[in-house]
Design a protein around this ligand. Structure first.
Ligand SMILES: [Ca+2]
Ligand SMILES: [Ca+2]
Length: 304
């Protein structure tokens, strides 16, 4: 019998509560080193890449690009956001085919610019079967900008660029690529000024421009002076737009954000407090693998 008014109230709360009000949660579970995921074996980089910028990654591709890396170290932009004032002045691309005759193609920046980045990112942004290369450039007067390059007719060319961060030594750090607004086309996410009030920004890829269309303040995906650039993950959600799991400004909590129709951020879960500062956060199905400053590893899951 539910004659007791409290019992009726409880029935309403727990049985009749609409499904959409049931909380999505972010949970943390202690994990083994690397969350038990071993690094995939990778072919050795080509000898050409030995001249790359120190502490930068040589990245393999699976489409029209075999390898991509950064070169021509220079100290002409003395900003140590990534731990060193040395930055790359050139981008090098080894085309995929015909492999035996393939020679690296080079794109050299003008003297007032550098790549303020340590890892070229590959993604097919326009669905034409060729990879685009996503990098952070820095301009001596205007600061960093997100820029997209590609191989066209055998040469490396600039395809699109976003707005600059605004002034010298203002930096930004990419988050990744996904269709955040559900229009069927991949978009780019990055965090502008992650050290001084980070702004998560979503961009449409509309060559020759990257056009910002959404911003969320008070996040960060980098610690000043650290080499590590991977501190936020994108989580695919069945029947929904993708979510972004990203630290707060202190790197001591994680937020789950989604850009929903008609044009607003949804905070999918209560922020998840961390027992120590986030140092590296890599994607896993349904969440990510988190390494904290105290050396511990955690599996983060976004679940409904
Ligand atoms: Ca493409
Ligand atoms: Ca889109």
């Amino acid at each position: 019998m539910l004659s007791n008014p409290f019992a009726l109230l409880l029935t309403f709360l727990f049985v009749l509560l609409p499904a959409e009000l049931q909380a999505t949660t972010l949970t943390l579970a202690a994990a083994a080193h690397g969350c038990g995921v071993s690094d995939r074996a990778q072919a050795p980089p080509p000898p050409f890449a030995q001249q790359r910028l120190a502490q930068s990654e040589v990245v393999p591709g699976a489409r029209d690009i075999a390898w991509v890396w950064l070169g021509s170290p220079t100290s002409r932009y003395p900003h140590a956001a990534l731990g060193s004032t040395l930055h790359a002045a050139s981008l090098h691309v080894l085309p995929a085919a015909p492999a035996a005759r393939s020679q690296p193609q080079t794109y050299t920046l003008p003297l007032y610019r550098v790549f303020e980045d340590r890892v070229p990112r590959l993604a097919d942004l326009d669905g034409d079967g060729r990879d685009e290369i996503i990098l952070v450039e820095a301009d001596a007067l205007q600061g960093a900008a997100l820029v997209v390059y590609g191989l066209r007719n055998g040469a490396v060319v600039e395809l699109a660029r976003g707005p600059h961060a605004g002034s010298t030594f203002r930096w930004l750090n990419p988050v990744g690529v996904a269709d955040f607004d559900g229009d069927g086309r991949p978009d780019l996410a990055s965090v502008t000024t992650p050290h001084i009030g980070g702004v998560l920004t979503l961009h449409h890829y509309r060559p020759p421009r990257l056009e910002p269309y959404a911003r969320h303040t008070e996040v960060s995906n980098h610690r000043m002076g650290e080499l590590e650039q991977q501190l936020a993950v994108i989580v695919a959600q069945t029947g929904q737009r993708p979510a972004i799991l990203i630290p707060d400004m202190q790197l001591m909590a994680l937020q789950a954000l989604r850009w929903d129709a008609p044009g607003q951020w949804t905070e999918l879960a209560r922020p998840l407090a961390l027992p120590s500062r986030a140092e590296r956060f890599t994607p896993l199905d349904g969440g990510g693998c988190l390494r904290l400053a105290d050396g511990s590893w955690w599996r983060v899951t976004l679940s409904t």
